[in-house]
Design a protein around this ligand. Structure first.
Ligand code: NAD
Ligand code: MLT
Ligand code: K
Ligand code: MN
Length: 352
């Protein structure tokens, strides 16, 4: 019997509702498999924890997490209690950075039975490779003066290493998929970093002659994702651009409550972290109606990461079946609760 030891951080808001749902699905998947099991250790690190302790997680939080095989996280943020940049940098970004989770992999695809807001979604199926360690997300900069002389400076950091790493991963992923790669740029408006981004992309493409490439400005690319998402296979994007594109990915599937993500540690020194694209959704938290599919699909990505791809496939098949059956939460046009969707997914997994 193989046991996977997983650190679980439900976090805030609906994270506390969808994480237990996905944990249930994982236990069910293990039951089906028969040869594996999951041991989950839960940590209450969140905005509530901050109110009690003055920090989002203990000072030795990373030390505590580092021996687990993965971190399974819900969502972080409760702006009524803690400013968003404090909660995000105190927990989510601390783990992404501290554990060198340099890439964030975020798929989006059309599902039968999903009410995409697109009139003709044409079976779109793409993956965004989001640079996850630098870029526009940086603590470099500062604020000085007050009042009408106040100045805020935010520096974007693009290293050759980080840029190349994200792009090579995206090229290799494209080689395993449909051999098309789009680079998200904005080299018309952003004077230094984006021309650099384009240069690196143009250098690397010579190493992957079997991949068809193009660079598209982020504004036009955002529009294309709405108008013709079926054009895309793999998209490589900086931290901020990838963040934005992947909410669009969720939106055109029908809800950002569906989109999954994997924060990947490539060098094997630390665990990777799995969390849905969505946040803590304070507007629906506590009502029992959060869509658990994003967190459940995220669990599938974690299984894939462990090499349990067949089992991961079972989970996704069950999700597709449940959606096609119309067992859906209100965000995608149904009336089911989080618990009912979860039950249905578990039931389908165990069906022969
Ligand atoms: N990775 C993360 O942990 C993460 C991601 C995004 C936002 N946040 C934080 O979450 C808080 C809220 O942010 P926001 O409102 O911009 O984004 P959000 O993703 O929490 O919510 C945006 C909208 O989508 C809906 N939604 C999101 N997930 C859903 C689900 N599973 N089921 C049904 N509906 C869902 C919400 O109800 C809301 O209307 C903020 O504190 C923000 O910083 C955290
Ligand atoms: O900005 C972030 O990365 C936090 C959140 O919006 C996310 O997409 O994970
Ligand atoms: K999340
Ligand atoms: Mn986001």
């Amino acid at each position: 019997m193989k046991t996977y030891h997983i650190a679980v951080i439900p976090g805030d808001g609906i994270g506390k509702e969808v994480v237990p749902a996905a944990v249930k699905v994982l236990h069910t998947a293990a039951e089906l498999h028969g040869g594996i099991k999951f041991e989950f250790t839960e940590f209450p690190w969140s905005c509530d924890f901050y109110i009690e302790h003055g920090k989002m997680m203990p000072d030795d939080g990373l030390e505590i997490l580092k021996d687990y095989e993965a971190v399974f996280l819900g969502a972080v943020g409760n702006p009524r209690l803690v400013e968003d940049h404090v909660s995000l940098w105190g927990l989510l970004l601390k783990i992404r950075r501290g554990f060198e989770q340099v890439l964030n992999i975020r798929p989006a695809k059309y599902f039968k039975g999903l009410n995409s807001p697109l009139a003709d979604p044409k079976n779109f199926d793409f993956v965004v490779v989001r640079e996850n360690s630098e870029g526009e997300y940086s603590e470099v900069g500062g604020r000085i003066h007050k009042g009408e002389d106040e100045i805020a400076i935010q520096n974007a950091i693009f290293t050759r290493k980080g840029t190349e790493r994200a792009m090579r991963y995206a090229f290799e992923l494209a080689q395993k998929r449909n051999r098309r790669l789009t680079s998200a740029t904005k080299s018309n408006g952003i004077f230094h970093t984006m021309p650099f981004w384009d240069e690196v992309f143009n250098e690397l493409k010579a190493d992957y002659p079997d991949v068809a490439v193009n660079s598209t400005h982020i504004d036009a690319l955002s529009a294309f994702l709405v108008i013709k998402p079926e054009l895309f296979d793999v998209i490589v994007a900086s931290n901020l651009f990838g963040d934005i594109l992947t909410d669009i990915g969720g939106a055109i599937m029908g809800s950002i409550g569906i989109a999954p993500s994997a924060n990947i540690n490539l060098n094997g020194k630390y665990p990777s972290m799995f969390e849905p694209v969505h946040g803590s959704a304070p507007d629906i938290a506590g009502k029992g109606i959060a869509n658990p599919i994003g967190q459940i699909w995220t669990a599938k990505m974690m299984l894939d990461h462990f090499g349990e791809t067949e089992l991961g496939g079972k989970i996704l098949e069950a999700v597709e079946w449940v959606i096609a059956k119309g067992i859906k939460t209100p965000d995608i046009g149904g009336t089911a609760t989080t618990a009912e969707v979860t039950e249905a997914v578990c039931g389908r997994i165990l069906e022969k």
